[in-house]
Design a protein around this ligand. Structure first.
Ligand SMILES: Cc1cc2nc3c(=O)[nH]c(=O)nc-3n(C[C@H](O)[C@H](O)[C@H](O)COP(=O)(O)OP(=O)(O)OC[C@H]3O[C@@H](n4cnc5c(N)ncnc54)[C@H](O)[C@@H]3O)c2cc1C
Ligand code: SF4
Length: 571
């Protein structure tokens, strides 16, 4: 693996080109396939390409300081994708060791809980045969496998711009621009980055990818799809007392404290080494702008059935990331001239299973196979339509289609009604292979779902106790997040006045509460007058919630320079 700033230029560097920033000259490097993002989707694609043809030139670019640094997942892994990619993964030392031994689903009230018998849950929600893993560690291991096959991996390389050819097809990306001043002018240590060209460019940026969003808009890839939907997942890693640890136990909860205020629920996974993953996912279509997903999660840890596990332990890491929830009907067209959307850039999470890693891997494999066949046939820069069709008709479509009504039913009937009707729809689909409700539409996107502040009660969250629950800034320090202070702000406001002129009076500026890193603040003079919107961009953990949930759609998340953001350990 080569550090982002130390390019291996010998065989690839070609010419000097005009780059994206006016008057910037950039060197170019040519590859067969350029892959943006070293998650399970991008790395699966890279590995499959090299398995198919060792002579293909394949590069993977990753904005995290190392592979895995920005990976946040649950995660209970269904290994079907990895079985296909590297069947002997166990013999190759994959960090996939902890089999699920016990699977519980609890409905929580404020003081107790009810366990739903497993036989009532649709069979697809059964976790037996799956593994509790750190996807950060799994991707680190996948990167080693890819490099052994000859894939070039450049961590610390943020892909900040798309490059199009004269024919309008995507031909490459700009990566590795460093050292801009806060006003966007080149600073003393400015490095312009490079243009990396590919016969095909794969965008595997995960949920709400910043370049993927641009490509979807440019080629109208979502014109026949329903709106995308998301949840915000907030997660901590805890070291717990050995007597409270039950390796292989998986618990999901619904109910308290979120109740019926919004869709969502929690997870608690006991992995190895007396560690427990705890997390909460809140559907971002919630109406009450006073709601704070972060504080719901903190409150949840005080439930007696949760605190009994955490008591006497300590929180060792923190992070947050959005997860796609739109499902089958929200998948945009996944190919476009010159490239493809992979994994959660296309939104491939199975919502009731809370699983997307297997589909991310399967999509990487499928895209690689399509690109390999196309390159062998002498093609480049066109549409990999066979990939797009295979995505819908192959194993990924078969996984997602039967559960496609769960999210719309949750939105229509709330979490309880959604569970009853969604459960019925899934049971019928499971037995009779059709969905009695057809395909339901999502309706509004998550930003449009936000209601007015005056129509919803203010929520009075308890103060964190510093033992089980923590304030946001303390927790952010456990994500090891870092950004240069003198670079351009990567959180772009289309209208800088709008947070105070519109969002504050109408929505009580919800950015103050939905951001799990406390990046957005409304500050005032001592007498409470003169409200100003402040962005503490250096705390951003790259979850992408602001890009999705701002009710005025005024915030665009852009890639900061490479190597910045969180430095997650075994998330
Ligand atoms: C809280 C939570 C719990 C989950 N639980 C589970 C679970 O238990 N089981 C399961 O199977 N799935 C789970 N998922 C879903 C799963 O994590 C995703 O489906 C999966 O991560 C998608 O993989 P990906 O490769 O598409 O994207 P990601 O894993 O998000 O990887 C994308 C990579 O691209 C990089 N990147 C992004 N943009 C750029 C850019 N412009 N330049 C360079 N690099 C870039 C990122 O830094 C990242 O490393 C969960 C998700 C969340 C948030
Ligand atoms: S600023 Fe946006 S992307 Fe960053 S942590 Fe906050 S909500 Fe997430």
């Amino acid at each position: 693996m080569i550090d982002g700033r130390g390019w291996a230029c010998d065989k690839y560097c070609n010419a000097i080109l005009g780059g994206g920033m006016a008057d910037t000259e950039r060197e170019t490097m040519d590859f067969d396939v350029v892959i943006v993002g070293a998650g399970p989707a991008g790395l699966s694609a890279a590995i499959r390409l090299k398995q198919l043809d060792a002579d293909l030139d394949v590069v993977v670019l990753e904005k995290g300081s190392e592979v895995g640094a920005h990976i946040l997942s649950g995660a209970v892994l269904d290994t079907c994708g990895l079985d296909k990619l590297i069947p002997d993964w166990a013999a190759r030392g994959a960090p996939i060791k902890t089999r699920v031994k016990k699977d519980r689903f609890l409905m929580l009230g404020p003081a107790g809980g009810l366990r739903l018998p497993n036989f009532l849950l649709p069979p697809l929600m059964n976790n037996h045969g799956n593994y509790i893993v750190s996807m950060g560690n799994v991707t680190r291991w996948m990167a080693e496998q890819a490099e052994a096959l000859g894939v070039e991996i450049f961590p610390g390389m943020a892909c900040s711009e798309l490059v199009y050819g004269e024919d309008g097809a995507l031909s490459g990306v700009v990566a590795g621009e460093f050292g801009l001043n806060a006003d966007g002018t080149p600073g003393p240590s400015y490095e312009p980055g490079m243009v990396l060209n590919g016969k095909y460019v794969f965008l595997s940026e995960g949920a709400r990818g910043s370049l993927s969003k641009q490509v979807i808009a440019k080629f109208e890839l979502d014109k026949d799809a329903d709106v995308p939907k998301f949840g915000l997942g907030i997660k901590e890693i805890w070291d717990v007392k050995p007597e409270n640890h039950n390796e292989g136990e998986v618990t999901h909860t619904m109910g308290w404290p979120l109740g019926w205020k919004a869709g969502g629920g929690s997870f608690m996974y006991h992995l190895e080494n007396n560690q427990v993953y705890v997390g909460y996912i809140v559907d971002l279509n919630y109406k009450n702008p006073h709601l704070s997903p972060y504080h719901e999660f903190q409150r949840w840890k005080h439930h007696p059935m949760i605190s009994e596990v955490l008591k006497g332990g300590k929180r060792v890491a923190y992070g947050a990331r959005v997860v796609t929830k739109g499902g089958f009907q929200s998948i945009p067209k996944a190919c476009f001239p010159g490239g493809a959307l992979l994994g959660c850039s296309a939104g491939l999470v199975n919502l009731p299973r809370i699983k997307g890693n297997h589909n991310a891997m399967l999509s990487g494999i499928a895209a690689a196979e399509a690109a390999h066949a196309a390159i062998k046939a002498g093609r480049s820069g066109d549409e990999l339509t066979e990939y797009n069709t295979g995505l819908r008709e192959g194993p990924i479509g078969k996984d997602l289609k039967p559960v496609r009504n769960v999210a719309p039913l949750n939105a229509r009937f709330g979490p309880l009604g959604g569970m009853v009707f969604g459960g019925f729809d899934m049971w019928v689909a499971n037995i009779f292979k059709f969905n009695p409700l057809g395909t339901l539409k999502h309706g509004k996107n998550d930003a449009q779902s936000t209601g007015k502040a005056a129509d919803h009660p203010v929520i009075d969250y308890p103060r964190p106790d510093g033992v089980l629950s923590f304030d946001r800034l303390t927790n952010v320090s456990f994500s090891a997040t870092n950004h240069a202070e003198d670079e351009p702000c990567h959180l772009k406001l289309a209208d800088p006045d709008l947070p105070i002129s519109v969002n504050l009076p109408e929505y009580a500026e919800p950015a103050q509460r939905y951001c799990p890193a406390g990046v957005y603040e409304v500050i005032r003079d001592d007498d409470g007058s003169n409200p100003r919107f402040q962005i503490n961009a250096q705390n951003c953990v790259h979850c992408k919630t602001c890009d999705i949930k701002d009710p005025s759609q005024n915030i665009t998340w852009a890639c900061p320079q490479g190597g910045e953001g969180p430095n997650y350990p075994n998330m």
